[in-house]
Design a protein around this ligand. Structure first.
Ligand SMILES: C[S@@+](CC[C@H](N)C(=O)[O-])C[C@H]1O[C@@H](n2cnc3c(N)ncnc32)[C@H](O)[C@@H]1O
Length: 205
């Protein structure tokens, strides 16, 4: 785990740096077969660079909203190993996604930034592009039965809503329901450091 600001990344995120090794440890046991990973909301691309370096059997496709692509593309072209593709624009609220068929979908710290409508569009979109038996992994904070797992997540939710009232920490049950509506079944719910979870769904064949 790194405690140092990594000045090589434009738009650097310290939380992404802090949690990348824990995420990788889980993905190593999940994304076992060679395949294409669609990452949604890649941000600075820190997880793409780190995870793809340690998972050379995967092709990693970072994406983000068009306005973030400039910094993300520079980070990827300067810092990523060769199994990371150049980033593509993907806004979950648009019906036209840049990829039709992927083996894995990974997304960190995105659902609480989006509106509820966008969360639904996100999971519907994954349902369209994920291959049968493919895996969807969400990293981030969640509520269970309407309760925050910690006081700090409750404060984080208030902070998010203060910035944008449509955002907020999502209910695990809502994500499970939306995934189920799109043929994806919960396979794992891992408790992760810093009061986060890694939710893993598998698309039914
Ligand atoms: C808190 S950042 C997380 C970035 C990165 N995954 C990380 O863990 O550091 C949230 C990301 O969600 C992306 N995002 C927000 N709304 C989106 C949308 N409608 N479609 C796609 N990405 C979106 C943002 O552009 C941003 O990159």
């Amino acid at each position: 785990m790194s405690n140092n600001f990594d000045e090589r990344f434009r738009n650097y995120s310290r939380p992404a740096d802090n949690n990348k090794a824990y995420v990788l440890e889980k993905l190593k046991g999940l994304f076992l077969e060679p395949g294409l990973v669609l990452e949604i909301g890649s941000g600075a691309g820190q997880h793409a660079v780190y995870c793809a370096r340690h998972l050379p059997h995967l092709i990693w496709q970072p994406t983000d909203q068009a306005e973030y692509l400039h910094d993300l593309s520079r980070n990827i072209s300067e810092l990523a190993p060769s199994n990371v593709n150049l980033p593509l624009a993907l806004d979950v609220s648009e019906s036209d996604w840049p990829l039709d068929e992927v083996d894995y979908v990974y997304s960190a710290n995105t659902l609480h930034i989006m509106s509820e409508v966008q969360v639904t569009q996100f999971i519907d979109g994954v349902g369209r592009v994920l291959k049968n038996n493919g895996l969807l992994a969400f990293y981030g904070p969640f509520k269970y039965k309407g309760e925050f797992t910690t006081d700090s997540n409750a404060r984080f939710d208030l902070w998010l809503k203060d910035r944008d009232k449509r955002s907020g920490v999502r209910d695990f049950e809502t994500i499970q329901q939306l995934s189920g509506d799109n043929g994806m079944e919960l396979q794992h719910d891992f408790a992760m450091p810093a009061n986060n979870q890694l939710l893993v769904f598998c698309k039914n064949a």
